[in-house]
Design a protein around this ligand. Structure first.
Ligand code: KIV
Ligand code: ZN
Length: 515
């Protein structure tokens, strides 16, 4: 039997990164991009090069680094956008320029202030310009689902004739429903001449909680590319969740007959964990596929059924998404080889000094903690490796506290390689630590939220702290893990400050980021 491929276009690094608190620095983006290549997605949208120097650099570094996956950059239809995007993709083995313009009357009138004819000219000009740089050009009609269907046919016809090979139909505001979206896809397939020479793509937002259902309805109607993000992160309520689309197609071959994706599903869980440890946003426990409870059978009647035969209540196995039981994976006697293997299984490829640092921290943790879980190893890897190029590093911390003593913290912080120390008093030990760090870093940020989680079970569990910091209208989430909750808090706070600093240091070139 021959199968048709549904391409998976991952936009975690672009649309996903646009959601509040989800910004990533260059090394975080590179780590995630490598995991996405391992996962087997067809296209990685790495950023919006004209938006900022940081975005330009991350698209070009990802393009340089990955050789198997198509690397895509986003550009509006303006000539400068497309030129910048092409420059960022210069060293890509498989580049794609993704250009877009809005097509709904609401956007034309209030945002673009252009007539329909003018937009058609823009589409033609932009796609031709992009084709001058590369063969693989995608065109998106922003707000397609609120656009006039016959006008959409004209727009896509123009894009196709100018040389676009992928035509994307975004539900930008998460407004459509599965029946309606499926009908729109059929309408486009029926009325665009030469449509069989292109791939029809879908891109849904989750404002009504329908993004996955809409994307799957579109696939059933003939769409052959789904744009999505890991854990469904993205603008407002998020984008279509990659893991849900991929596992639905795999689990229901009767519904999605002769269709498959190229995703290696056992890399789904490592990708999900890697993303949430980078951005510091945990996945909700009841999230389909990757939530902590997705495979947990609580009700007695369910447990009884699963013990008798897994198929009674399990439609897919945790192993199929790469989720092995959170068992003891390594201990204090484990050597370099076992540690390297486990890191690699979790999506981290570390070499040289980075590996040695992580290994030393693992040994240090194993001395304090009897059982080392996957989550502990992820925390070490994220903390030591991904964050090496940041300006602030916590060097030392000591705290005096108690029922009668005034909580006092002494903190040593390295700022761009130079160590500084100070002490501060606070309402409690965490408050004192935060005050000392803020003083050393000269930070005016406000602490908006402070959250503590035990990563794994047991008395010696590592604590995972997430802090939300706000400064100048920007919000970031910092994360830290340690067996000592005060140290975890300090690390999370320093991580948050590093993120704010990264935003300050990256100079915007185009309009403000976001679409
Ligand atoms: O939601 C949207 O319309 C987009 C486009 C740029 C594809 O993200
Ligand atoms: Zn979008």
């Amino acid at each position: 039997m021959s199968f048709e491929t549904v391409r998976i276009f991952d936009t975690t690094l672009r649309d996903g990164e646009q959601s509040p608190g989800c910004s990533m620095n260059l090394s975080e983006k590179l780590s995630l991009a490598r995991q996405l290549e391992k996962l087997g997605v067809d296209v990685i949208e790495a950023g919006f090069p004209i938006a900022s120097e940081g975005d330009f650099e991350s698209v070009s570094r990802v393009a340089e680094d990955l050789r198997e996956t198509t690397i895509c950059g986003l550009a509006r239809t303006g000539a400068a956008d497309i030129e910048r995007c092409a420059a960022a993709l210069e060293r890509a083995a498989k580049p794609r320029i993704h250009t877009f313009i809005a097509t709904s009357d609401i956007h034309l009138e209030h945002k673009l202030r252009m007539g329909r004819e003018r937009v058609l000219e823009e589409v033609d000009r932009a796609v031709r310009q992009a084709r001058g740089y590369c063969d693989d050009v995608e065109f998106s009609a922003e707000d397609a689902t609120r656009s006039d269907w016959d006008y959409l046919v004209q727009v896509f016809q123009a894009a196709l004739e100018a040389g676009a090979s992928t035509l994307n139909v975004p539900d930008t505001v998460g407004y459509t429903t599965p029946d309606e979206y499926g009908a729109l896809i059929r309408h486009l397939r029926k009325n665009i001449r030469g449509i069989e020479r292109t791939v029809l793509s879908v891109h849904c937002h989750d404002d009504l909680g329908l993004s996955v259902a809409n994307s799957l309805a579109a696939v059933r109607a003939g769409a052959r590319q789904v744009e999505c993000t890991v854990n469904g992160i993205g603008e407002r309520a998020g984008n279509t969740s990659l893991e849900e689309v991929v596992m639905a197609i795999k689990t229901r071959p009767d519904v999605f007959a002769n269709l498959e994706t190229r995703v290696r599903t056992h890399e789904i869980y490592p990708a999900s964990r890697l993303l949430s440890s980078i951005i510091g946003i945990p996945v909700q426990p009841n999230k389909a596929i990757v939530g902590a409870n997705a495979f947990a059978h609580e009700a007695g009647i369910h447990q009884d059924g699963v013990l008798k035969h897994k198929l009674t209540y399990e439609i897919m196995t945790p192993e199929s998404i790469g989720k092995t039981a959170s068992e003891l994976v390594l201990g204090k006697h484990s050597g370099r080889h076992a540690f390297a293997d486990r890191l690699s299984e979790l999506g981290f490829e570390l070499t040289g000094e980075a590996f040695e640092t992580a290994f030393r921290r693992f040994k240090g943790l194993a001395d304090k903690k009897k059982t080392i879980f996957n989550e502990d190893i992820e925390a070490i890897a994220t903390d030591t490796v991904i964050r090496t190029d940041e300006p602030y590093h916590l060097e030392n911390l000591s705290v005096v506290t108690g029922t009668t003593a005034t909580p006092t913290a002494t903190v040593e912080l390295a700022i761009d390689g130079e160590s500084r120390t100070t002490s501060a008093e606070g309402d409690g030990p965490v408050d004192a630590v935060f005050k000392a760090i803020a003083e050393l870093a000269g930070s005016k940020s406000e602490l908006v939220r402070y959250q503590v989680n035990a990563i794994t079970g047991g008395m010696d569990a590592q604590g995972e702290v997430a802090v939300t910091l706000s400064e100048g209208g920007r919000r970031v989430i910092g994360q830290g893990a340690h067996t000592d909750i005060i140290v975890a808090s300090a690390k999370a706070y320093v991580h948050g400050l590093n993120k704010l600093q990264w935003h300050k240091r990256r100079r915007p070139v185009g309009e403000p980021k976001g679409i």
